[in-house]
Design a protein. Sequence first.
Length: 181
Amino acid sequence: MLSTNFAGIELKNPAVLASGIWGVNAELLMRAAKAGAGAVTIKSIGPRERDGHANPTVIAWEHGLLNAVGLPSSGYKEMEEEWKLLEKSPVPVIASIYGANVSEFEEVAKAVAFHKPAMIEVNISCPNSEKHGQLFGCNAEASTEVISTVKKEINIASRFYSFRREPYLDVERPELRARFL
């Protein structure tokens, strides 16, 4: 009844667990899948281990939760056991990736695409840039470079990609924005 097709991926329903504090390991992702999620998204994967920010990193307010966990990650090289468990997922698995520069995005995309997730989300929304803390997603040229590079890399082994960006995209240069959309 609620089944839908999202970017060529068949979902039993449109409820997708977004990348974040719930999807930190395969066990929690499988719980979300068994609880009824139409797809699940792995917490953003980086090139190497990263601790993230010290607590408190999540606050509750009247409209929900805000978090700034700081992209904690074990790094893609330490995820082999997670990928083995996720092969048994009853719903599509989306992998979210990040990097501090274009070459790190490329490196992580290649490694993650090898495991053939249903989709790869390119997280350009967090302040993880080599360009003095600038968000990739706030700059059309930087966004274009990351997305173009990752797109070339994942077309080898994975069908789809998406990107998560800040709402503050460089609106003064719409011709650049259009190139990566």
